[in-house]
Write a protein that binds this ligand. Structure first.
Ligand SMILES: NC(=O)C1=CN([C@@H]2O[C@H](COP(=O)(O)OP(=O)(O)OC[C@H]3O[C@@H](n4cnc5c(N)ncnc54)[C@H](O)[C@@H]3O)[C@@H](O)[C@H]2O)C=CC1
Ligand SMILES: CC(C)CC(=O)C(=O)O
Ligand SMILES: [Mg+2]
Length: 359
């Protein structure tokens, strides 16, 4: 079976980590007899530099014609001065998510056994942690109309936050379906004590809950949730929330697992899926082969699972990550005394070899 994967490396550490993710996917293909073809497209600052636009039409066509998309990260200080529609984030990443209509962003935060001590929290707080953040990805504040105007004495900005019943309903149903296959507990996170959008969110989630009587639901205000995530994260199973809150809470959840470099994501709609590590382009470490590629590699595993239905291959990649960590290999972000420090490329090679060797 042949699968066509669009690869958008992007900026900063994006190319470094996607190279390792495709290496591991190729190894999984060899082991299980699948043929993955990888076609690269330009996105972000790299695309702006080459073509004058951060999301060229060719890239969009490539994504639409592929079976799945793997993305690294976009952005960096070099492009921060650009007008907003040409910036890598607002001009490419958000429009790509919108164009593919990938409204449900799954961000699993799992603590690998070997990394219980790598978190900045006490090991007993995080050991065995397994949370799934489901973030609404194509609505809310990031997509609303915005404007900035001069007023006497300064400026005034307006940002709009729009959600419809249907936008909330579709992501909520995804989250309930996922909760059903896990520990059957869903916490919906909002700010319903202040925001009208959150009140609608809560009403719709409560309505959807009627179809999932086997899933236990509770609602939590986002400020409390941020605190609970570091106080007692193991109380959570599925965390369902809107775009901005999910962006913030998932970075926080990532640190529970040891590093932002550990958290993958799957962005799903009703068509082509988009897979990306949750981290950004990390300009502070780019180009030095010290970035952790595991988030990107695990995003590849999510692609195998959710876009291609290749559960065995997905599990093999996840098992290979577990094994390599158990053997003591670490990139600098998760390094601990007595472990072996490796580069981005070495980590990818070790995991790819493991995937193939276990066949
Ligand atoms: N999906 C995307 O393309 C995203 C893009 N960005 C963009 O990335 C740029 C940098 O943003 P930041 O706020 O610094 O967030 P960031 O996620 O790029 O980095 C935050 C911190 O985590 C570290 N880090 C991130 N990924 C890592 C990895 N794989 N291994 C080891 N350490 C890692 C970085 O070195 C940095 O210290 C900005 O231009 C931002 O807009 C930010 C988040 C997501
Ligand atoms: C441009 C941002 C919305 C990217 C980001 O931080 C994310 O998706 O996690
Ligand atoms: Mg983010």
């Amino acid at each position: 079976m042949r699968y066509k994967v669009a690869v958008l490396p992007g900026d900063g550490i994006g190319p470094e980590v996607t190279a390792q993710a495709t290496r591991v996917l190729a190894a999984a293909g060899r082991r299980f007899g699948y043929d993955f073809s990888f076609q690269e497209g330009l996105i972000g600052g790299a695309a702006y530099d080459a073509t004058g636009h951060p999301l060229p039409e060719d890239t969009l066509s490539l994504c639409r014609e592929s079976d799945a998309v793997l993305l690294g990260a976009v952005g960096g200080p070099r492009w921060d001065h650009l007008p907003v529609h040409l910036r890598p984030e607002a001009g490419a990443l958000l429009p790509l998510r919108k164009a593919l209509n990938v409204y449900a962003n799954l961000r699993p935060a799992r603590v690998f056994p070997a990394l219980a001590g790598a978190s900045t929290l006490k090991p007993e707080i995080v050991r065995g942690l397994d949370i799934l953040v489901v973030r609404e990805l194509t609505g809310g504040l990031y997509f609303g109309d915005k404007r900035r105007e001069d007023i006497p004495g300064g400026q005034r900005v307006v940002e709009t936050l729009v959600y419809t019943t249907e936008e909330i309903r579709r992501v909520a149903r995804r989250a309930f379906e996922l909760a059903r296959k896990r520990r059957k507990k869903l916490t919906s996170v909002d700010k319903a004590n202040v925001l009208e959008s959150s009140r609608l969110w809560r009403e719709v989630v409560t309505f959807c809950a009627g179809d999932y009587p086997d899933v236990m639901v509770n609602h939590m205000l986002v400020d409390n949730c941020a605190m609970q995530l570091v106080r007692n994260p193991k109380q959570f199973d599925v965390l369902l929330t809107e775009n901005l809150f999910g962006d913030i809470l998932s970075d926080q959840a990532a640190q529970l697992t040891g590093s932002l470099g550990m958290l993958p994501s799957a962005s799903l709609g009703d068509g082509v899926g988009l897979y990306e590590p949750i981290h950004g382009s990390a300009p502070d470490i780019a180009g030095r082969q010290i970035a952790n590629p595991i988030a990107a590699i695990l995003s590849g595993a999510l692609m195998l699972r959710y876009s291609f239905g290749l559960e065995e291959a997905a599990a093999a990649v996840e098992e290979a990550v577990t094994a390599v960590l158990d053997e003591g290999y670490r990139t600098p972000d998760i390094m601990e005394p007595g472990k072996t420090e490796v580069s981005t490329g070495e980590m990818g090679r070790l995991i790819a070899e493991r995937v193939e060797r276990n066949g």
